[in-house]
Design a protein around this ligand. Structure first.
Ligand SMILES: *Cc1c(COP(=O)(O)O)cnc(C)c1O
Length: 411
């Protein structure tokens, strides 16, 4: 297929998708207004761009950012810090903050994201929760939804301290979970046990709809700032929002008992965090458009995709199921060749710590590992699924897609 024909096909698909794009723009508007209302309510000012060093006492910017997050997520408290390396770190802090020896945590979305295996102790590690005597159980999803029967059975028999819900699929083949499904299951859980802590891994899902897990009953909601809410502007960090009691526990685990959320220098991150949040609804919208466009174009080229262009989306991730390793590798190499940074690099599959299969990763991004920027990766195992996400601007995402298809079909 000639490059000009690829571009023609993509442009045709783009026209077909106008109603879907309008819907994405509507949600973008709702979320933008929510962000603007929050900036206004909390009187964000130029003074908040300043930051502290050392202990980080009285960091006005850091405090206002957390107030802004509280308003947006409608929670009592928030922890938005550059001391979090990533969302995995924030999830680790939250789990260690909430769980004590002999407690049991229950995952109701099957085995959690790879980086949590050693945190929980599913994979042996002498610093894991398991090594401290915290127990772990899991329930798989059935037909891409929660297994209500099993949840009821377990919760009626035994006391659980914390329930873990992961919305986005990670490297699994299941569908990601919409806010409607999350609301339904939280209502169900709290009806049986109102005291159990419901913690939601919200990675890749922020601002995809107009509601967040904290709006539908989650006690803790957690995500990365090098994904949706950092909008490619935040250089690192993560957020946890939730009840005052739990956020204080998280603060004491992140820093130290007795100092908790009151310390932590922002070291120049405040303006980035605020600016990232300001751009987030719009960057999430371009990512969703690129995902939807990729879905339709790849389907027309004969590939299986998940989700399809006309399905409701819970996150910004688009899967293309290639069924052979060569195609997966070439597609990822094509995304790299259409990225703004290191377009000349040729990614190859390699072993990665924590993963059993070789992984191919295309990420020509301004921030290392940032996956709100156009990026595509996947484990080299059957059925050879590409996990594509991001697009800081719609047009640059489209450029990457053109290059990926050209590489896939013509190299
Ligand atoms: C990306 C991701 C994480 C971990 O985020 P990092 O910031 O890379 O540590 C956790 N859970 C899910 C579902 C993710 O997509």
């Amino acid at each position: 297929m000639k490059k000009s024909e690829i571009i023609k096909l993509i442009n045709e698909c783009e026209n077909e998708l106008s109603d879907y794009y309008k819907n994405i723009e509507k949600i973008c508007e709702l979320n933008t207004f929510k962000v603007m209302d929050s900036f206004k309510k909390n009187k964000v000012s130029e003074i908040h761009f300043n930051s502290t060093t050392g202990y980080g006492y009285n960091d006005l910017g850091r405090d206002i950012i957390e107030d802004v997050y509280k308003t947006i997520f409608n929670t009592e408290a928030a922890l938005v810090r550059n001391q979090f390396i990533s969302a995995s770190h924030a999830l680790n802090v939250a789990l260690f903050a909430c769980l004590r020896p002999k407690d049991t945590m229950l995952s109701i979305t099957g085995t959690p994201y790879d980086t949590l295996h050693e945190v929980i102790g599913i994979k042996k590690n002498s610093s894991s929760l398991s090594s401290f005597g915290v127990k772990y159980e899991e329930i798989d999803l059935i037909n891409n939804d929660f297994d209500y029967e099993k949840i009821k059975e377990k919760l009626s028999k035994k006391k659980y301290k914390l329930i873990h819900i992961q919305r986005s699929k990670g490297y699994a083949t299941r569908k990601s979970l919409t806010i409607k499904k999350v609301k339904k299951v939280i209502d169900f859980i709290k009806n049986i046990d109102k005291d159990v802590i419901v913690m939601v891994d919200n990675c890749y899902c922020e601002m995809v709809s107009s509601l967040e897990p904290s709006n539908v009953g989650a006690d803790l909601t957690i995500g990365s700032l090098i994904k949706n809410l950092g909008a490619g502007i935040a250089s690192n960090g993560a957020y946890i929002v939730g009840t005052k009691e739990l956020i204080n526990l998280c603060g004491e685990r992140l820093t130290l008992p007795g100092e908790g959320i009151d310390v932590g220098p922002s070291l120049g991150a405040n303006k980035e965090f605020l600016k990232g949040l300001f751009f987030a609804p719009s960057v999430v919208a371009s990512s969703l458009k690129i995902a939807t466009l990729t879905s339709l174009v790849m389907e027309k080229l004969g590939y299986n995709v998940e989700p399809r262009y006309n399905e409701e989306r819970a996150d910004i991730v688009q899967n293309i199921i290639f069924k052979d390793s060569e195609s997966l590798i070439r597609y990822c190499q094509g995304i790299q060749s259409g990225s703004p940074i290191d377009s000349f690099a040729l990614p190859i599959p390699t072993d990665m710590p924590g993963y059993s299969d070789k992984i191919i990763m295309a990420s020509g991004s301004f921030t290392q590992g940032s996956s709100i920027e156009i990026s595509c990766d996947g484990p080299l195992r059957d059925p050879f699924i590409a996990y594509q996400q991001g697009g800081l601007t719609y047009e640059s995402g489209k450029y990457a897609l053109i290059n990926a298809i050209d590489f896939l079909l013509n190299q």
